[in-house]
Design a protein around this ligand. Structure first.
Ligand SMILES: [Zn+2]
Length: 434
């Protein structure tokens, strides 16, 4: 029976792990082993999900005296109630998601991936297959973004925006050490404005610190930037650049477009420039709501109602990417300058560093696949966003980056990253989907 076979496999696994001496392995053997154990883990969590579903439906948990099926699962698996509730919900959804169920049983999805996909696909079953495919090809952060979009598509955008806005808060408390701590919950557009203003001020402080030879971590300078933005840098209330609404009581909120308009004035050279990007389809912007596959969202933050995007568009410091205006796949320019439409399309296509396995989304740099000096043009097909580390490896250490699929560059794409002086290694994510 299944349980006996599983007991054999477990015994073998146990003795293999007991004998494992990682220091004796070569790097590439260790890499293969990592991959093999990850597969075992995926299969084991698939079995756990399926068994948990039956534990719930069979009511065996009542006999064991547990308060709920989740409590039983939590105790049996050594997790908390929260993860157990999510696992049970995922397991129930699997019953009506055949493509996800099949991928789970084949050990192609990690526990995190299956939770994301099931939670989204149950709301919009027609998105299921594309999410399962995406899990094999794209980083987890991109999969989470796609699932977030699918979940948003199943909700009334205006109602969920208003619900978030109504529940906004700012709390603070003081630690025993005397440190002041904050916790805030903001509407997506207002949060994005604050983040953009803090990010711009952080960039200014980082540059100033570098010039002065001061070695302070970015997160510390970001804390200074928050204080500067909120209290008025250099004893002056910063305005415009998206931050004015947050200080001094000059305006009461970003939702009063008239007031924002009224505060337009030329910006001083030393003020931080912060821009909030909004990605919205042109038709949706005109119509006032999204339909079908259309999007209206702040990249990195999430969906917003079209009317909020319209309000934001009144402010000249908000950068609205109208996705079907210019066909960016045809935009190409010889030279180092990257046209704004192309830059925004690239931010949209590569929300994280394109190197497989790298999820960095902050301060990405734009790389020319064929270098500018060798005649590489600025086009979607020849550009990719990389984190500083991978850009450095490619520029100075001979690492190579190639697209693995269609060359027009419009789709997110699959990438091959090859270290120098090594046989080309196909990154794990691609090999598995292969
Ligand atoms: Zn990277």
């Amino acid at each position: 029976m299944l349980l006996d076979r599983l007991a054999q496999v477990t015994d073998e696994l146990r003795s293999s792990v007991a004998e494992l001496d990682p220091e004796c392995l070569s790097g590439s053997d260790a890499d293969r082993l990592l991959e093999a154990f990850a597969e075992v883990e995926r299969l084991a969590s698939a079995g756990k999900l399926l068994a948990a579903r039956r534990v719930e439906s069979s009511n065996i948990w009542r006999r064991s005296g547990h308060r709920s099926a989740a409590a039983h699962v939590a105790e049996a698996t050594g997790t908390g109630i929260g993860p157990a509730l999510t696992a049970l919900e995922t397991a129930r959804h699997l019953g009506s998601l055949p493509a996800t169920d099949e991928a789970v049983r084949q050990g192609r999805l990690s526990e995190t991936q299956v939770k994301e996909i099931a939670g989204a696909a149950i709301l919009l079953p027609e998105a299921e297959q594309s999410l399962v495919d995406a899990a094999g090809q794209q980083p987890l952060s991109v999969l989470k973004l796609r699932c977030k979009r699918v979940r948003a598509a199943g909700r009334d955008p205006r109602a969920s925006y208003e619900a978030v806005r109504r529940s906004r808060y700012l709390r603070n408390w003081v630690e025993d050490s005397g440190a002041v701590r904050f916790d805030a919950r903001l509407a997506p557009d207002e949060g994005a404005r604050l983040l953009a203003a803090v990010e711009a001020e952080t960039a200014r402080l980082v540059a100033a610190a570098r010039r002065a030879g001061v070695d302070e971590p970015r997160r510390a300078l970001a804390a200074d930037a928050l204080v500067g933005v909120a209290c008025g840098r250099s004893g002056r209330v910063p305005d415009r650049s998206g931050s004015g609404v947050l200080v001094g009581g000059a305006t009461t909120g970003a939702h009063t477009a008239k007031e924002a308009e009224g505060s337009h004035r030329p910006r001083c050279a030393d003020e931080p420039t912060s821009v909030v990007h909004v990605r919205v389809d042109h038709a949706a912007l005109l119509r006032g709501h999204v339909e079908g596959d259309e999007l209206c969202e702040i990249p990195g933050v999430g969906p917003i109602p079209v009317e909020v995007a319209r309000r934001l568009a009144v402010d000249s410091f908000l950068n609205v990417l109208v996705t079907d205006g210019v066909d960016v796949t045809t935009v190409a320019r010889a030279g180092r300058t990257i046209p704004a439409a192309l830059r925004r399309a690239l931010e949209e296509r590569d929300p994280v560093c394109v190197v497989p396995g790298c999820d960095t989304r902050q301060r990405l740099e734009i790389d020319h696949l064929v270098p500018f000096a060798d005649g590489g043009e600025a086009s979607l097909a020849n550009l990719a966003r990389l984190c500083h580390w991978h850009h450095y490896l490619k520029t100075h250490h001979g690492h190579r980056l190639q697209r693995e699929d269609d060359a027009d560059g419009a789709s997110p794409g699959r990438w091959r990253w090859t270290a120098p002086d090594e046989p080309p290694v196909v990154p794990r994510r691609i090999r598995r989907s292969g």
